[in-house]
Design a protein around this ligand. Structure first.
Ligand code: ZN
Length: 192
């Protein structure tokens, strides 16, 4: 009997003298026994190839995982952006709504109103829009006059404000004050 170590797994093995080939009882490694009780072993090319194949396979697996991770991360980011927008948009809208209400509330002081827009701001509006703006500001005495000029001027668009006068003034600046019951006259382009 001779004893030797498996070159692959280091297990202690014993074998009868005279044998040429031994398979490790622990890992199955093929051990070639030469003369003088020395042994040589072949580290099979097949094994190396297997290991190589395994390594390549592992690399492919890792790459797949990495790609999956990347695409999941992109989905996560897109999801978070959508969520953020859906949460923020209503907040911003309500903030804008509140600030527009505040603008009108602040413009009324006692019996006078500071208009938050100038006369030229209103002249490009549809007359219904101008009316709503003026009503929101708090004016109570609003008259509309269609001026029947549709088709006479090239750039005229029906329903658009031609002129707004407050308290007899057809030119005013944003922030200018008027009595709350000042007569407001909206003249607008019409075909009638
Ligand atoms: Zn072994």
């Amino acid at each position: 009997m001779i004893s030797l170590k498996c070159p692959n797994c280091n297990a202690e093995l014993s074998v009868n003298e005279g044998r040429d080939v031994l398979y490790c009882e622990y890992c199955g490694h093929k051990i070639l026994l030469g003369t003088k009780h020395e042994f040589t072993y072949t580290y099979h090319e097949i094994d190396e190839a297997k290991i190589k194949k395994h390594e390549v396979h592992e690399k492919i697996k890792l790459k797949k995982l990495d790609n999956e991770y990347k695409s999941k991360r992109i989905l996560l980011i897109v999801g978070l952006l959508c969520l953020g927008y859906s949460v923020l948009a209503p907040l911003l809208m309500s903030f804008e709504y509140k600030s527009s209400i505040n603008k009108y509330e602040n413009s009324i002081s006692g019996e006078s109103i500071a208009v938050p827009f100038s006369s030229s701001d209103l002249t490009s509006e549809k007359y219904e829009v101008a009316r709503t703006e003026l009503e929101n500001v708090g004016f109570t005495n609003i008259t509309y006059i269609p001026i029947n000029d549709f088709g006479i001027l090239e750039a005229v668009v029906e329903g658009k404000v031609s002129e707004v006068s407050i308290d007899g003034k057809n030119s005013f600046k944003a922030g200018q004050r008027f009595p709350i019951n000042a007569p407001v006259i909206i003249r607008y382009h019409s075909a009638k």
